[in-house]
Design a protein around this ligand. Structure first.
Ligand code: TXA
Ligand code: MG
Length: 313
Protein backbone atom coordinates (compact mmCIF):
# COMPACT_ATOMS: atom_id res chain seq x y z
CA UNK A 1 0.00 0.00 0.00
CA UNK A 2 2.83 2.36 0.94
CA UNK A 3 4.49 1.56 -2.34
CA UNK A 4 1.29 2.35 -4.21
CA UNK A 5 0.97 5.69 -2.49
CA UNK A 6 4.53 6.69 -3.31
CA UNK A 7 3.90 5.75 -6.94
CA UNK A 8 0.78 7.88 -7.05
CA UNK A 9 2.78 10.79 -5.66
CA UNK A 10 5.44 10.17 -8.31
CA UNK A 11 2.70 10.20 -10.97
CA UNK A 12 1.44 13.57 -9.68
CA UNK A 13 4.96 14.95 -9.95
CA UNK A 14 5.43 13.78 -13.53
CA UNK A 15 1.98 14.97 -14.62
CA UNK A 16 2.55 18.39 -13.01
CA UNK A 17 5.70 18.62 -15.14
CA UNK A 18 3.71 17.98 -18.33
CA UNK A 19 4.93 14.39 -18.69
CA UNK A 20 2.81 11.42 -19.77
CA UNK A 21 2.07 8.60 -17.31
CA UNK A 22 0.52 5.18 -17.96
CA UNK A 23 -2.61 4.68 -15.83
CA UNK A 24 -4.77 1.64 -15.14
CA UNK A 25 -8.50 1.84 -15.76
CA UNK A 26 -11.19 -0.81 -15.54
CA UNK A 27 -11.48 -0.84 -19.36
CA UNK A 28 -7.90 -0.60 -20.69
CA UNK A 29 -4.74 1.22 -19.64
CA UNK A 30 -4.50 4.88 -20.65
CA UNK A 31 -1.66 7.19 -21.64
CA UNK A 32 -2.45 10.19 -19.45
CA UNK A 33 -1.45 13.85 -19.48
CA UNK A 34 -2.78 17.17 -18.14
CA UNK A 35 -5.80 17.96 -20.35
CA UNK A 36 -5.38 21.71 -19.74
CA UNK A 37 -1.81 21.77 -21.07
CA UNK A 38 -0.97 22.00 -24.78
CA UNK A 39 2.59 20.88 -24.09
CA UNK A 40 1.50 17.77 -22.20
CA UNK A 41 -1.26 16.73 -24.61
CA UNK A 42 0.99 17.21 -27.66
CA UNK A 43 3.23 14.51 -26.16
CA UNK A 44 0.37 11.99 -26.19
CA UNK A 45 -0.12 12.38 -29.96
CA UNK A 46 3.60 12.09 -30.58
CA UNK A 47 4.08 8.96 -28.47
CA UNK A 48 1.04 7.20 -29.91
CA UNK A 49 1.80 8.34 -33.50
CA UNK A 50 -1.81 9.45 -33.50
CA UNK A 51 -3.44 11.82 -36.00
CA UNK A 52 -4.04 15.24 -34.43
CA UNK A 53 -7.51 15.14 -35.94
CA UNK A 54 -8.53 12.31 -33.60
CA UNK A 55 -9.78 13.88 -30.33
CA UNK A 56 -9.01 12.49 -26.87
CA UNK A 57 -11.23 11.37 -23.97
CA UNK A 58 -10.82 13.41 -20.79
CA UNK A 59 -10.99 11.66 -17.42
CA UNK A 60 -12.58 13.39 -14.41
CA UNK A 61 -12.84 12.59 -10.72
CA UNK A 62 -16.38 13.91 -10.23
CA UNK A 63 -19.24 16.08 -11.50
CA UNK A 64 -17.95 19.17 -9.78
CA UNK A 65 -14.72 19.12 -11.75
CA UNK A 66 -16.57 18.32 -15.00
CA UNK A 67 -18.90 21.30 -14.65
CA UNK A 68 -15.99 23.70 -15.14
CA UNK A 69 -15.52 22.42 -18.68
CA UNK A 70 -18.85 21.05 -20.00
CA UNK A 71 -22.53 21.87 -20.30
CA UNK A 72 -24.51 19.11 -18.68
CA UNK A 73 -28.09 18.02 -19.35
CA UNK A 74 -30.70 15.79 -17.69
CA UNK A 75 -30.09 12.73 -19.81
CA UNK A 76 -26.40 12.92 -18.97
CA UNK A 77 -27.21 13.16 -15.25
CA UNK A 78 -29.46 10.13 -15.45
CA UNK A 79 -26.79 7.99 -17.11
CA UNK A 80 -24.06 9.40 -14.89
CA UNK A 81 -25.97 8.37 -11.75
CA UNK A 82 -26.50 4.89 -13.10
CA UNK A 83 -23.16 4.06 -14.75
CA UNK A 84 -20.41 6.41 -13.57
CA UNK A 85 -17.79 5.88 -12.37
CA UNK A 86 -17.58 3.06 -14.91
CA UNK A 87 -16.89 2.00 -18.50
CA UNK A 88 -18.91 4.67 -20.34
CA UNK A 89 -17.82 7.91 -22.06
CA UNK A 90 -20.14 10.81 -22.89
CA UNK A 91 -19.81 13.40 -25.64
CA UNK A 92 -20.92 16.75 -24.24
CA UNK A 93 -20.81 20.41 -25.27
CA UNK A 94 -17.66 22.20 -24.23
CA UNK A 95 -18.10 25.44 -22.26
CA UNK A 96 -16.68 28.53 -23.96
CA UNK A 97 -14.47 29.37 -20.99
CA UNK A 98 -13.19 25.80 -20.53
CA UNK A 99 -9.44 25.40 -20.03
CA UNK A 100 -9.24 22.16 -22.07
CA UNK A 101 -6.34 22.35 -24.54
CA UNK A 102 -7.39 22.66 -28.19
CA UNK A 103 -5.15 19.68 -28.93
CA UNK A 104 -7.62 17.49 -27.04
CA UNK A 105 -10.69 18.42 -29.07
CA UNK A 106 -9.12 19.12 -32.46
CA UNK A 107 -10.68 22.56 -32.08
CA UNK A 108 -14.25 21.25 -31.94
CA UNK A 109 -16.83 22.44 -29.40
CA UNK A 110 -17.58 18.97 -28.04
CA UNK A 111 -15.68 16.88 -25.50
CA UNK A 112 -15.57 13.15 -24.72
CA UNK A 113 -15.55 12.66 -20.94
CA UNK A 114 -15.27 9.67 -18.67
CA UNK A 115 -15.16 8.83 -14.95
CA UNK A 116 -12.99 5.74 -14.56
CA UNK A 117 -13.76 3.50 -11.59
CA UNK A 118 -10.30 2.00 -11.00
CA UNK A 119 -9.48 2.98 -7.38
CA UNK A 120 -5.84 3.81 -8.06
CA UNK A 121 -6.70 6.17 -10.89
CA UNK A 122 -9.52 7.73 -8.88
CA UNK A 123 -7.03 8.36 -6.11
CA UNK A 124 -4.70 10.00 -8.62
CA UNK A 125 -7.45 12.17 -10.18
CA UNK A 126 -8.49 13.39 -6.73
CA UNK A 127 -5.01 14.77 -6.10
CA UNK A 128 -4.76 16.76 -9.34
CA UNK A 129 -6.21 20.17 -10.06
CA UNK A 130 -6.76 19.32 -13.72
CA UNK A 131 -8.46 16.42 -15.54
CA UNK A 132 -6.48 13.82 -17.49
CA UNK A 133 -6.62 13.37 -21.23
CA UNK A 134 -6.00 9.66 -21.74
CA UNK A 135 -6.40 7.61 -24.88
CA UNK A 136 -5.66 3.89 -24.73
CA UNK A 137 -1.92 3.40 -24.14
CA UNK A 138 -1.06 1.75 -27.45
CA UNK A 139 0.53 2.91 -30.69
CA UNK A 140 -2.32 4.07 -32.96
CA UNK A 141 -4.37 1.27 -34.63
CA UNK A 142 -2.76 -1.47 -32.50
CA UNK A 143 -4.21 -3.55 -29.67
CA UNK A 144 -5.17 -1.71 -26.48
CA UNK A 145 -3.19 -2.63 -23.34
CA UNK A 146 -4.81 -4.39 -20.39
CA UNK A 147 -1.77 -4.65 -18.08
CA UNK A 148 1.27 -2.62 -17.07
CA UNK A 149 3.49 -4.96 -19.08
CA UNK A 150 1.38 -4.37 -22.22
CA UNK A 151 2.01 -0.63 -21.89
CA UNK A 152 5.73 -1.26 -21.47
CA UNK A 153 5.66 -3.46 -24.57
CA UNK A 154 4.14 -0.57 -26.53
CA UNK A 155 6.33 2.32 -25.40
CA UNK A 156 9.41 0.84 -23.68
CA UNK A 157 11.49 3.54 -22.04
CA UNK A 158 9.69 6.33 -23.86
CA UNK A 159 7.41 6.74 -20.87
CA UNK A 160 8.93 6.99 -17.44
CA UNK A 161 6.09 5.71 -15.29
CA UNK A 162 3.23 3.24 -15.63
CA UNK A 163 1.13 2.69 -12.51
CA UNK A 164 0.57 -0.97 -11.61
CA UNK A 165 -3.16 -1.62 -11.38
CA UNK A 166 -3.43 -5.31 -12.25
CA UNK A 167 -5.27 -6.68 -15.27
CA UNK A 168 -8.11 -4.45 -16.49
CA UNK A 169 -11.40 -5.92 -15.28
CA UNK A 170 -13.52 -5.07 -18.31
CA UNK A 171 -10.77 -5.49 -20.90
CA UNK A 172 -12.41 -3.56 -23.76
CA UNK A 173 -12.77 0.20 -24.12
CA UNK A 174 -15.65 2.26 -22.77
CA UNK A 175 -18.94 2.58 -24.64
CA UNK A 176 -19.11 6.07 -26.16
CA UNK A 177 -22.50 7.81 -26.16
CA UNK A 178 -22.99 11.16 -27.83
CA UNK A 179 -25.50 13.35 -26.02
CA UNK A 180 -25.06 16.34 -28.33
CA UNK A 181 -28.19 15.89 -30.46
CA UNK A 182 -30.22 12.71 -30.27
CA UNK A 183 -28.49 10.12 -28.09
CA UNK A 184 -26.24 7.94 -30.22
CA UNK A 185 -23.78 5.18 -29.46
CA UNK A 186 -20.54 5.97 -31.32
CA UNK A 187 -18.51 3.02 -30.06
CA UNK A 188 -19.63 -0.27 -28.52
CA UNK A 189 -17.81 -1.09 -25.30
CA UNK A 190 -17.83 -1.86 -21.59
CA UNK A 191 -21.57 -1.26 -21.09
CA UNK A 192 -23.74 -3.08 -23.66
CA UNK A 193 -25.96 -0.65 -25.56
CA UNK A 194 -29.11 -2.53 -24.51
CA UNK A 195 -28.42 -1.56 -20.91
CA UNK A 196 -28.06 2.11 -21.80
CA UNK A 197 -31.30 1.99 -23.80
CA UNK A 198 -33.21 1.08 -20.64
CA UNK A 199 -32.51 4.51 -19.18
CA UNK A 200 -33.32 6.56 -22.25
CA UNK A 201 -36.89 7.36 -23.24
CA UNK A 202 -36.04 8.36 -26.78
CA UNK A 203 -34.51 5.92 -29.31
CA UNK A 204 -30.78 5.23 -29.02
CA UNK A 205 -29.15 4.91 -32.42
CA UNK A 206 -25.99 3.06 -33.37
CA UNK A 207 -24.63 3.04 -36.88
CA UNK A 208 -22.12 0.31 -37.48
CA UNK A 209 -20.64 2.21 -40.38
CA UNK A 210 -20.61 5.58 -38.75
CA UNK A 211 -19.68 8.54 -40.92
CA UNK A 212 -17.52 9.69 -38.07
CA UNK A 213 -14.02 8.43 -38.67
CA UNK A 214 -13.28 8.81 -34.97
CA UNK A 215 -14.47 6.89 -31.91
CA UNK A 216 -12.47 3.80 -32.67
CA UNK A 217 -14.50 3.54 -35.87
CA UNK A 218 -11.49 3.58 -38.17
CA UNK A 219 -11.62 0.56 -40.49
CA UNK A 220 -8.36 -0.79 -39.10
CA UNK A 221 -8.06 -0.71 -35.35
CA UNK A 222 -7.29 -2.91 -32.37
CA UNK A 223 -5.07 -4.90 -34.69
CA UNK A 224 -2.47 -7.54 -33.84
CA UNK A 225 -1.22 -7.13 -37.45
CA UNK A 226 -1.68 -10.83 -38.03
CA UNK A 227 -4.11 -12.23 -40.63
CA UNK A 228 -7.39 -12.92 -38.89
CA UNK A 229 -10.43 -14.86 -40.12
CA UNK A 230 -13.78 -14.89 -38.33
CA UNK A 231 -16.68 -17.38 -38.03
CA UNK A 232 -14.42 -20.37 -38.60
CA UNK A 233 -15.43 -23.95 -37.80
CA UNK A 234 -12.04 -25.54 -38.20
CA UNK A 235 -8.66 -23.85 -38.04
CA UNK A 236 -5.72 -24.71 -40.28
CA UNK A 237 -2.87 -26.68 -38.79
CA UNK A 238 -0.51 -23.84 -37.97
CA UNK A 239 -3.15 -21.27 -37.30
CA UNK A 240 -3.99 -19.96 -33.82
CA UNK A 241 -7.62 -20.86 -33.09
CA UNK A 242 -9.55 -18.56 -30.73
CA UNK A 243 -12.49 -20.25 -29.04
CA UNK A 244 -15.34 -18.68 -27.14
CA UNK A 245 -15.44 -21.64 -24.77
CA UNK A 246 -12.85 -24.07 -23.43
CA UNK A 247 -12.87 -27.51 -25.07
CA UNK A 248 -12.41 -30.78 -23.25
CA UNK A 249 -9.52 -31.48 -25.54
CA UNK A 250 -7.33 -28.43 -26.06
CA UNK A 251 -4.74 -28.51 -28.85
CA UNK A 252 -1.53 -26.49 -28.80
CA UNK A 253 -2.92 -23.90 -31.19
CA UNK A 254 -6.22 -23.48 -29.26
CA UNK A 255 -6.82 -20.40 -27.11
CA UNK A 256 -10.08 -19.98 -25.22
CA UNK A 257 -11.63 -16.67 -24.22
CA UNK A 258 -13.88 -18.08 -21.52
CA UNK A 259 -14.35 -21.33 -19.68
CA UNK A 260 -18.10 -21.62 -20.13
CA UNK A 261 -19.25 -19.42 -22.96
CA UNK A 262 -19.40 -16.33 -20.75
CA UNK A 263 -19.28 -13.33 -23.11
CA UNK A 264 -18.23 -10.82 -20.46
CA UNK A 265 -15.31 -12.99 -19.41
CA UNK A 266 -14.46 -13.48 -23.09
CA UNK A 267 -14.32 -9.71 -23.69
CA UNK A 268 -12.04 -9.33 -20.71
CA UNK A 269 -9.62 -11.87 -22.17
CA UNK A 270 -9.75 -10.75 -25.81
CA UNK A 271 -6.80 -8.32 -26.02
CA UNK A 272 -4.70 -10.41 -23.65
CA UNK A 273 -5.21 -13.43 -25.89
CA UNK A 274 -4.41 -11.51 -29.09
CA UNK A 275 -1.17 -10.22 -27.57
CA UNK A 276 -0.27 -13.71 -26.34
CA UNK A 277 -0.81 -15.20 -29.79
CA UNK A 278 1.37 -12.48 -31.31
CA UNK A 279 4.14 -13.23 -28.82
CA UNK A 280 3.91 -16.89 -29.80
CA UNK A 281 4.71 -15.76 -33.38
CA UNK A 282 1.64 -17.20 -35.09
CA UNK A 283 1.17 -15.72 -38.54
CA UNK A 284 -2.54 -16.29 -38.85
CA UNK A 285 -5.55 -16.44 -36.53
CA UNK A 286 -8.94 -18.12 -36.93
CA UNK A 287 -11.81 -17.25 -34.60
CA UNK A 288 -14.86 -19.41 -34.06
CA UNK A 289 -18.32 -17.88 -34.39
CA UNK A 290 -19.18 -15.65 -31.44
CA UNK A 291 -22.84 -14.85 -30.65
CA UNK A 292 -23.51 -11.27 -31.77
CA UNK A 293 -25.19 -10.06 -28.58
CA UNK A 294 -24.10 -7.89 -25.64
CA UNK A 295 -20.38 -8.38 -25.03
CA UNK A 296 -20.28 -10.75 -28.02
CA UNK A 297 -21.23 -7.81 -30.24
CA UNK A 298 -18.32 -5.80 -28.78
CA UNK A 299 -15.89 -8.68 -29.39
CA UNK A 300 -17.07 -9.08 -32.99
CA UNK A 301 -16.76 -5.35 -33.57
CA UNK A 302 -13.13 -5.34 -32.42
CA UNK A 303 -12.24 -8.51 -34.31
CA UNK A 304 -13.75 -7.17 -37.51
CA UNK A 305 -11.57 -4.06 -37.31
CA UNK A 306 -8.55 -6.07 -36.24
CA UNK A 307 -8.93 -8.24 -39.34
CA UNK A 308 -9.09 -5.22 -41.60
CA UNK A 309 -5.53 -4.26 -42.26
CA UNK A 310 -3.45 -4.07 -45.38
CA UNK A 311 -0.34 -6.18 -45.42
CA UNK A 312 2.75 -4.02 -45.43
CA UNK A 313 5.44 -5.35 -47.73
O1 TXA B 1 -12.04 2.97 -22.17
C1 TXA B 1 -11.64 3.98 -22.74
O2 TXA B 1 -12.40 4.81 -23.25
C2 TXA B 1 -10.11 4.19 -22.81
C3 TXA B 1 -9.58 4.41 -21.39
C4 TXA B 1 -8.11 4.69 -21.36
O3 TXA B 1 -10.32 5.42 -20.78
N1 TXA B 1 -9.79 5.28 -23.66
C5 TXA B 1 -9.91 5.21 -25.02
O4 TXA B 1 -9.47 6.35 -25.67
O5 TXA B 1 -10.35 4.25 -25.59
P1 TXA B 1 -9.11 6.36 -27.22
O6 TXA B 1 -8.55 7.70 -27.51
O7 TXA B 1 -8.26 5.21 -27.56
O8 TXA B 1 -10.50 6.28 -27.89
C6 TXA B 1 -11.39 7.35 -27.74
C7 TXA B 1 -12.23 7.54 -28.95
C8 TXA B 1 -11.40 7.97 -30.15
O9 TXA B 1 -11.57 7.05 -31.20
C9 TXA B 1 -11.94 9.33 -30.52
O10 TXA B 1 -12.13 9.45 -31.90
C10 TXA B 1 -13.29 9.40 -29.81
O11 TXA B 1 -13.13 8.63 -28.67
N2 TXA B 1 -13.62 10.78 -29.44
C11 TXA B 1 -12.93 11.58 -28.61
N3 TXA B 1 -13.51 12.79 -28.54
C12 TXA B 1 -14.60 12.75 -29.34
C13 TXA B 1 -15.61 13.70 -29.68
N4 TXA B 1 -15.62 14.92 -29.18
N5 TXA B 1 -16.59 13.30 -30.54
C14 TXA B 1 -16.59 12.03 -31.04
N6 TXA B 1 -15.66 11.09 -30.75
C15 TXA B 1 -14.68 11.45 -29.92
MG1 MG C 1 -7.65 3.55 -28.59
Amino acid sequence: MKNKLSNIKKAVKYLDKNQCVGIPTETVYGLAANAYSSIATAKIFKLKKRSKKNPLIVHYYDLKSLKKDCEINNLFLKLYKKYSPGPISYILKLKKNSLISKNVTNNSNTLAVRFPSHPLTRNLLKRLNYPLAAPSANISTKISPVSKQDVKDEFGKEIKLVLEGGQSKIGVESTIVSLINKPEVLRLGGIPKEQIKKYINSPLTYRKKSKVKTSGQGKTHYSPYIKLRMNIKKAKKNEAFILIKKRKKMHKNYFYLSKNNNLKEAAKNLYKTLRFIKKKKFTSIAVEKIPNIKFGEVINDRLKRASNFKWLI
